[in-house]
Design a protein around this ligand. Structure first.
Ligand code: UDP
Ligand code: MG
Length: 314
């Protein structure tokens, strides 16, 4: 039977966590009450993760494993999983059991109330305060301010989505964190419910403080994305047009001085300023046009290459 729910889980060096994760999923799936599949994406692990997945896919009929050629990062791994998911509803979560599979039926029930996205809120988050909780509290506040999407916890991977709001959205870099914002652009109805959170059982977090910088960079890019991505001409065109107009007025003024009053204008710095403004203005408008083209080409060409698959076992 075609799965209705697809649970997508990226895994990078999670050999110790997988057996327990699979066992817990096996207990939760029957409680969903709808046909479900689990897609675990091995993101180029260097430990036994792929072997465990191959072995497990023989034992669990609901498991599909996608083994990537190398480590592409959490966002790309998620995208690989989404691309191969069959369900109408997608659930995403981490492989390290910090999210609790027990919460999945509650997320799905909430989704059925008529939402497009149900986001997990780690009300009682079990991560170090200084390196993780504090930066993400600041980030959550900033994201909320900039984008106007008001949820408490963007960083929580555990979320349920209707397929149509997420399909085709390019997720790369650190963008998985901003999925709620990206889907909000599409008019998705978003809500959140508190979920359990556990300390990492085995292994280490794959991220440290250095990630905060990348997140901030993506945040900045996203701000521009939201404002100007579809119309960079607005940004460049406005500035360029303003400069051009200012330069044009200056030259008009100087021409009047020369023609009407016969004044010598060749030695006036204003002349140069006017010329520069006109040239720069025209250039900026041209840059805006190019940006429009580049953005379109970029999204069309990059959308497909963010991950490469070595093997799919089902
Ligand atoms: N992960 C991944 N590729 C990476 C880094 C992480 O697929 O390059 C997976 C990892 O296995 C886990 C999830 O992404 O399932 C979240 O990673 P982690 O637990 O290290 O992050 P944290 O919970 O500390 O934010
Ligand atoms: Mg984790």
């Amino acid at each position: 039977m075609e799965p209705y729910v697809s649970i997508v889980i990226p895994a990078y060096n999670e050999e110790e966590n997988l057996p327990l994760l699979l066992e817990k999923l096996g207990q939760v799936l029957p409680k969903i009450g709808k046909p479900a599949e689990v897609i675990i994406v091995d993101d180029g692990s260097r430990d036994a993760t792929p072997d465990i997945l191959r072995e497990a896919s023989r034992r669990y009929p609901w498991l599909k494993a996608i083994i990537l050629r190398r480590n592409f990062g959490q966002s790309a791994a998620l995208t690989a999983g989404i691309d191969h998911a069959k369900g109408q509803v997608l659930v995403m979560m981490d492989a390290d059991l910090q999210n609790d599979p027990e919460d999945i039926p509650r997320l799905l029930a909430k989704l059925e109330e008529g939402y497009d996205v149900v986001s997990g809120w780690r009300k009682d988050r079990k991560d170090p305060f200084l390196s993780r909780k504090l930066p993400s509290r600041i980030a959550n506040w900033l994201i909320g301010k900039i984008t106007g999407v008001k949820i408490h916890d963007y960083g929580c991977t555990l979320k349920a989505y209707r397929r149509e709001v997420i399909q085709g959205i390019p997720i790369y870099g650190e963008l998985h964190r901003f999925i709620p914002v990206l889907v909000d652009f599409r008019g998705a109805r978003i809500t959140e419910i508190p979920v359990k959170h556990h300390p990492r059982r085995f292994g280490k977090s794959k991220y440290g403080l250095s990630r905060t910088y990348r997140v901030l960079l993506d945040l900045l890019l996203m701000f521009f994305f939201q404002r100007f991505a579809t119309r960079p001409l607005h940004l460049f065109g406005f500035t360029g047009g303003f400069m051009f107009a200012a330069g044009f007025l200056i030259e008009l003024y100087l021409s009047a001085l020369k023609i009407l009053y016969g004044q010598e204008i060749g030695h006036r710095p204003l002349l140069i300023l006017g010329v520069l403004l006109i040239i720069t203005g025209i250039n900026l408008i041209g840059t805006g046009l190019l940006a429009e083209l580049i953005i379109r080409t970029y999204y069309e060409s990059s959308g497909r290459k963010i991950y490469l698959i070595r093997e799919i076992v089902a």
